[in-house]
Design a binder for this molecule. Structure first.
Ligand code: GTP
Length: 672
């Protein structure tokens, strides 16, 4: 147990790491904010004070004497389940090179502002540098307690001067001298810091729902801000827009905080907008929610686009199960690399970008072409749920699965959106069993596996037309779309290569302007992710968009949402046909066991295509539905006294007959 927890302390899962910088105009309060972070995370036991010259990060004599930051200092601490590596960067213009040097290695940043000053000259400079390095950011409006502090003014200046979209995730309770707490716009809670007698270190605060009776004006302000936030995020994120327009279009009030939080995260990572929080570091208010926001909204190193930097701790030459450590290796050899944190199977490692570029030049190719071919990952055909023995071990299980996935790209892990359960998708029974076993042996978690289920597909039986209109005023814009479309069966039989292909889309002459085609195609693709009958992906359909009328102010997101809803209607009308995976089966069996194997195959809805002779053996080439292959290896072994071997691979998807489809529906509903 100890070793396991130690491992997660020394080596936290990459999804729980935040490498962030803290940047600002001089004197906005970076160092004070950092000190508070260190204190609340338990890293320091006393509150350092810039004005007294005893902070942790300003350790140069000159820094302590002048109360300013010159060199970037890095500190590491843990906040809740997250490892935060934080770099305090200098705010003074003279040290911008130092800032630039830090930004190159950061994944996210907190920009600290003096709420009485808004955006200042140096903030603009660092903001541009962060833009250049494509770094997602959070804004912290500090000094809310100060004379002249104004939340509205500071937000307005962020909007105007930084030309960015602020997402108001908090509202201050009180301003200047009366500043005492925050409203969390996402969760609709109020957070009030308690001034306990004696120690006023801000460790104790109360979080509870903000009710209308508490403060009718503030409550109204919260409602307005939250609705505006939801509309703003919906405009920037398609997935969220669909949720808002669908389930919650009547009342944003019911929209769960976690859905909003997830969408804010996506928008932040895409750098389409910037979350804004506020507080007073000096008065010890607002820093804990800021830390929560760092964990919630800034990216893990693995979520940053582009090439990743890896450090390998050792290089080993394998001799079966023994290894010899070697200092270096030249091209053309095979070795084991130890300590890679982000690389997954299929990646190409180079010693440096420059080396890769030079090698590409020598080979007369573009640097991108130097990549080794990735691995082709077949579509998983089986899935099942996996549960840890207790909720406390869910985190360990998630870590284990993410490690295993890096090694094995054919393992896919999803979260069931309805039940919240972890779902494993794999290539077969044995594949999933081995994963189960490895999680037990290598990670010490004895998980519970749900029944193995087959990844079916859905397609349409008939041709159907539908029309739909979406008319909604969000913010100041009226979004109005009307679409008319038709779906038809594409190909009755789908080969494995076609399994993952999108629907074939046609636009009636003049129906859809070129600039809207992408939005329409997105809407169609989204509607095919979950079919209307059992929620399996829809494939093998043709779609014709017959007409599209769009009001000039309408966002592309709304166009996609309307098309998607219309598609769902048309799919339902057209009638759904379930498709099942059909496998190519090759059995090698001795002559005397051939008839037993064939008789068994007939019972499994198998169809024999060919029987070849290979020395003393016979090779049966057949096709059999995946659903009939459960436990096949055991049965075949006993039928043939262990003499037969077989291989299975996905051939295509084929339609279930109506009797089988009815039985499947009953089974599925019985399970629910
Ligand atoms: N009123 C008020 N003053 C603050 C607050 N936070 C910091 N200060 C004061 O502002 C001054 C600057 O704070 P620092 O934390 O050194 O600011 P900095 O951004 O790190 O400054 P440089 O390192 O020089 O860039 C100090 O006198 C702090 O006491 C706050 O929340 N409210």
């Amino acid at each position: 147990e100890d070793v396991k927890s130690l491992r997660s302390v020394i080596n936290p899962d990459i999804s729980r790491i935040r490498n962030i910088g803290i940047m600002a105009h001089i004197d906005a309060g970076k160092t004070t904010t950092t000190e508070r972070m260190l204190y609340y995370s338990g890293y320091t036991r006393t509150l350092g004070d810039v004005d007294d010259g005893d902070t942790v990060t300003d350790f140069m004599v000159q820094e302590r004497e002048r109360g300013i930051t010159i060199q970037s200092a890095a500190v590491t601490f843990d906040w809740k389940d997250y490892r935060i590596n934080l770099i305090d960067t200098p705010g003074h213009v003279d040290f911008t090179v130092e800032v630039e040097r830090c930004l190159r290695v950061l994944d996210g940043a907190v920009a600290v502002f003096d709420a009485s000053a808004g955006v200042e000259a140096q903030t603009l400079t660092v903001w541009r540098q962060a833009d250049k390095h494509q770094i997602p950011r959070i804004c912290f409006l500090n000094k809310m307690d100060k004379n002249g502090a104004s939340f509205t003014y500071a937000v307005e200046s962020i909007k105007q001067k930084l030309k960015t979209k602020p997402l108001l995730l908090q509202l201050p309770i009180g301003e200047e001298k009366t500043f005492r707490g925050l409203v969390d716009v996402v969760t609709k809670e109020q957070i009030i810091w308690k001034s306990t007698s004696g120690l006023d270190d801000g460790k104790i605060f109360e979080r509870k729902p903000l009710l209308e009776a508490d403060d009718p004006n503030l409550f109204q302000e919260l409602q307005d801000t939250r609705n505006a936030l939801i509309e703003q995020v919906a405009d920037l994120d398609d997935e969220f827009a669909e949720l808002v327009l669908g389930e919650y279009s009547e009342s944003f009030d019911l929209l769960p905080a976690d859905k909003l939080q997830a969408a804010v995260r996506r928008v932040t990572l895409a750098r389409a907008a910037v979350p804004v929080l506020c507080g007073s570091a000096l008065r010890n208010k607002g820093v804990q929610p800021l830390l929560d926001a760092v964990a919630a909204y800034l990216p893990a190193p693995s979520e940053r686009p582009g090439d990743a930097l890896e450090r390998m701790s050792r290089l080993l030459l394998p001799f079966a199960d023994q290894q010899v450590e070697i200092p270096s290796l030249t091209a053309g050899n095979i070795a084991l690399a130890v300590g890679l944190k982000q690389s997954a199977t299929g990646d190409t490692l180079v010693s440096s970008k420059a080396a890769a570029a030079a090698a590409a030049r020598r080979a007369g190719r573009a640097a991108g072409d130097l990549l080794l071919a990735g691995v082709d990952v077949p579509e998983p055909v089986f899935f099942c749920t996996m549960e840890p023995p207790s909720l406390a071990e869910q985190q360990d299980l998630d870590n284990a699965l993410s490690c295993l996935q890096r090694e094995d790209p054919s393992l896919k892990v999803k979260l069931d959106p309805d039940t919240g359960q972890t779902v494993l998708c794999g290539m077969g029974e044995l594949h999933i069993e081995i994963i189960h076993d490895r999680i037990k042996r290598e990670y010490g978690i004895d998980t519970y596996l749900g029944p193995l289920q087959i990844a079916y597909r859905e397609t349409v039986l008939n041709t159907a037309q539908a029309t739909d209109t979406l008319d909604k005023t969000v913010g100041e814009k009226r979004h109005c779309v009307t679409v008319e479309l038709e779906v038809r069966p594409g190909h009755a039989r789908l080969t494995a290569e076609r399994a993952a292909t999108a629907p074939a889309i046609e636009f009636a002459a003049g129906a859809v302007p070129t600039e809207l085609r992408g939005a329409v195609e997105n809407g169609i693709a989204n509607s095919c992710v979950q079919g209307p009958l059992l929620g399996f992906p829809v494939q093998g359909i043709d779609v014709t968009v017959q007409s599209l009328t769009v009001h000039p102010d309408t966002s592309h997101t709304m166009v996609s949402a309307c098309v998607s809803r219309c598609m769902q209607k048309a799919l339902k009308k057209a009638g759904i046909q379930i498709l099942e995976p059909l496998m190519n089966l090759e059995i090698t069996v001795s002559e005397d066991h051939l008839s037993a194997a064939l008789a068994d195959l007939a019972q499994r809805r198998g169809s024999v295509q060919e029987i070849q002779s290979r020395q003393d053996n016979r090779v049966v080439v057949a096709a059999v539905p995946l659903a009939e292959t459960m436990g096949y290896s055991t049965v075949l072994r006993s039928l043939t006294s262990g003499s037969a071997t077989f291989t299975l691979e996905l051939a295509c998807y084929q339609a279930l007959n109506s009797h089988e489809q009815r039985a499947l529906l009953q089974r599925t509903r019985g399970l629910v």
